[in-house]
Design a protein around this ligand. Structure first.
Ligand SMILES: Nc1nc2c(c(=O)[nH]1)N[C@H]1C(S)=C(S)[C@@H](COP(=O)(O)O)O[C@H]1N2
Ligand SMILES: [Mo]
Length: 454
């Protein structure tokens, strides 16, 4: 899809969402099915069935692409990870082509994992706390009542770069991919809410955990959520099959994924095949030693004797899992990458290079999000001066959506530092720094953007 038609579609999404008056739009089956039919021959699907690149005459075929979308509008930061080029973001909705991809393994292909073909795909909803277990196919899922939510999705590791660039940490203290600040995007997700599922299967009062499981891309890919947290968000999270009005692409979990608005991306399990509701606490990689806060300021949770362990042991419980993403903000200027252990291959700046801006009156633009409570205000300051309020642009569709903001700056020759900070509706403001956690999770400290004005 061209940039222009994407922009038109973005605007249409915003208009439609505003017209419908709410960020939570219940859609009829008819509309869902029609929309589905109308897009069945577009790029999203073509991508799924695109032939592999022609093999050279040499003996071995080239390794297949671990991520299918091309790198022209995203940052290649590692074999299975792509960051958004946030310094180029202008739209309220992030086009799928510009949306970050965070995979622990290569995007699974239908040819290798036939269970992902729509006609084969099945979701099992069962467990010790389920009254009436069901197995549901793709077409059946599309027949259930659905809704859409416009929400950001952000990887827990987004902002890890700030530990290295601003926090004084090294590659030894903090490990993981160098996202810079672009492992975040905003899309319209269409999903069958968990409330619909719970109403159909019936949940027993003893429910403690909901385990969302894929197991398709990797045998350890799934994540538990406390039942109470799922219940609290049961209308706003669910089983998702469309992103920005089109069927999910393979990189984003086709045919079906989970979407948990506001929680770090790991909760939104892609290529989902199983939802298990159980009366036990469940431990697996992604809530023990991966995607958890590990460091002197954090206390590892304790397990109970009858907890369930999947591929891990009690000794693997290293810290509390990341849940809601904290308030964050950025301006659309590439962050100087100076001290990070790695520089993304197609980053627009060389190591230590400071981005340049022309002297004179400038309008600085940015994004802020605070999905637990919503963005209340955004402030900025220049060269350590007084904090001033930025202007928040409409639309602001509620707590799950980011806002775009701007402020004027009379840029004078020389090097400058611009900082921004978001405050949410609970009164929480981004801090100067956050304590070390060795996986570099959820760094929401105030980013410092260095700019050279000439
Ligand atoms: N099955 C599966 N689900 C997954 C992942 C994965 O590797 N495998 N990555 C998770 C992580 S860490 C994030 S941040 C989000 C990213 O979603 P996206 O790639 O659609 O942006 O998917 C989550 N769901
Ligand atoms: Mo993530």
């Amino acid at each position: 899809m061209s940039g222009e038609s994407q922009r038109l579609r973005d605007e249409d999404l915003v208009r439609r969402t505003l017209r419908d008056g709410s960020n939570l739009n219940r859609r009829s089956l008819f509309v869902s099915a029609a929309a589905f039919g109308a897009v069945a021959s577009t790029g999203a699907l073509a991508q799924a069935t695109a032939p592999a690149p022609a093999a050279p005459a040499a003996p071995a075929a080239p390794p297949r692409r671990a991520i299918l979308k091309d790198d022209s509008r995203i940052l290649n930061i590692g074999a299975t990870v792509r960051s958004g080029n946030y310094w180029n973001f202008t739209t309220f909705m992030t086009p799928v082509e510009e949306f970050y991809v965070r995979n622990h393994y290569p995007t699974p292909l239908v040819e290798q994992r036939p269970v992902l073909a729509r006609e084969n795909w099945k979701l099992k909803i069962h467990g010790a706390s389920v009254e009436r277990p069901i197995e549901i196919g793709y077409e059946d899922l599309l027949k259930l009542p659905s809704r859409t939510i416009v929400a950001t999705m952000e990887c827990h590791g987004n902002g890890r770069t700030l530990f290295w660039e601003q926090g004084g940490f090294t590659g030894q203290d903090v490990a993981g991919g160098n996202w810079v600040l672009g492992a975040v995007g905003q899309a319209e997700w269409q999903f069958v809410p968990m409330s619909e599922i719970f109403a159909r299967v019936g949940v027993k009062p003893n429910a403690k955990t909901v385990l969302f499981w894929s197991g398709v891309d990797g045998t350890d890919m799934g994540r538990p959520m406390p039942f109470a947290d799922v219940l609290a968000q049961q209308n706003d999270m669910g089983i998702c099959y469309a992103m920005n009005g089109n069927p999910l692409t393979p990189d984003h979990g086709a045919p079906v994924r989970i979407v948990v608005p506001g929680w770090g991306g790991t909760a939104s399990i892609k290529w989902v095949t199983e939802i298990r509701v159980t009366d036990k606490r469940v431990w697996c990689r992604l809530n023990t030693k991966g995607e958890v806060y590990i460091g002197p300021s954090y206390t590892a949770p304790e397990n109970a004797a009858d907890d369930e362990f999947i591929g891990v042991t009690q000794a693997d419980i290293k810290g509390p899992m990341v849940t809601w993403m904290p308030p964050k903000s950025l301006i659309t200027v590439p962050l100087v990458v100076d001290k990070s252990p790695s520089l993304p291959a197609n980053y627009p700046l060389k190591k230590g290079e400071v981005p340049k801006l022309a002297a004179g009156q400038q309008t600085m633009k940015g994004y802020a999000w605070a999905p637990q409570h919503g963005v209340k205000s955004v402030e900025y300051r220049i060269d350590g001066g007084a904090w001033q309020h930025a202007t928040i642009q409409p639309p602001n569709l509620g707590k799950y959506t980011w806002v775009r903001f701007e402020f004027p700056w009379n840029a004078t020759t020389g090097q400058h530092v611009i900082e921004t900070r978001a405050t949410d509706n609970a009164g929480t403001t981004q801090p100067e720094r956050i304590p070390l956690n060795s996986l570099g999770m959820a760094n929401w400290s105030i980013p410092k953007f260095r700019i050279e004005v000439a």
